[in-house]
Design a protein around this ligand. Structure first.
Ligand SMILES: Cc1cc2nc3c(=O)[nH]c(=O)nc-3n(C[C@H](O)[C@H](O)[C@H](O)COP(=O)(O)O)c2cc1C
Length: 198
């Protein structure tokens, strides 16, 4: 099993330090109560005006929903994602309760998935989000109405062995995780001006 612990510059909670997006998943079922807790974590995310614009279409390996989700994946993601026991499509409701565009919809959906990811880590489950899927195909297959945007497909499971992966994926799986410095993203005074906090 490959762990890719963050080389953090400042102290970080274990759950965040250990989180990463593996492509190798173990062929192991996730207990339903753990899956319920994942979506409970998403449920309690903050959202603009508490609109809760998140919706999820969940498939479990072996069922029709899972099969349909896998049909939406781009070739690259198909190389690995269908080993995961749980796949779901994350969908954002695009309008607010007055029928106007909710500019925070994708932001809030992302927060919900982020919290789900942390809840998953608390159970030793790993999450890998994917933008590489055919959203229009997902719309057709799942009859997703206009005004709801399929944003990502998400794979969840227990971490597997990189040696089980397609050879083209191996290098990426074991490469160290990299980030720019926090000081390059946090400004004070004006945009682009490094904050004194660092
Ligand atoms: C919105 C989104 C879309 C992504 N799309 C893909 C994808 O289609 N295929 C893939 O293998 N990884 C995908 N990723 C995973 C990212 O490549 C990964 O999170 C990033 O390289 C940082 O690595 P880490 O999560 O292991 O820290 C996606 C992640 C996000 C958040």
């Amino acid at each position: 099993m490959d762990t890719k612990i963050a080389s953090n510059d400042y102290p970080l909670h274990e759950l965040l330090k250990n989180r990463w997006s593996p492509r190798a998943f173990e062929n192991k079922f996730i207990k339903p109560e753990l899956v319920r807790s994942l979506f409970e974590a998403a449920r309690w995310a903050p959202s603009s005006s508490n609109i809760q614009p998140w919706y999820f279409i969940a498939g479990f390996k072996g069922d029709d929903t899972y099969e349909s989700i896998s049909k939406t994946l781009v070739e690259f993601n198909l190389l690995w994602a269908t080993r995961a026991p749980l796949l779901f499509v994350a969908v954002a409701r695009e309008n607010n309760n007055r029928g106007e565009p909710n500019v925070s919809a994708l932001y809030d959906l992302g927060q919900a998935v982020a919290l789900l990811t942390v809840q998953a880590m608390a159970e030793n489950l790993y999450v890998h989000q994917m933008g590489g899927f055919d959203a229009e195909k997902a719309r057709e297959l799942f009859e997703i109405p206009v005004g709801y945007k399929p944003a990502t497909v998400v794979a969840v499971g227990y971490m597997g062995h990189s040696s089980d992966l397609h050879p083209n994926l191996l290098k990426m799986e074991v490469a160290p995780r990299e980030r720019r410095k926090a000081s390059e993203s946090v400004f004070s005074g004006k945009f682009g001006q490094e904050s004194k906090i660092f």
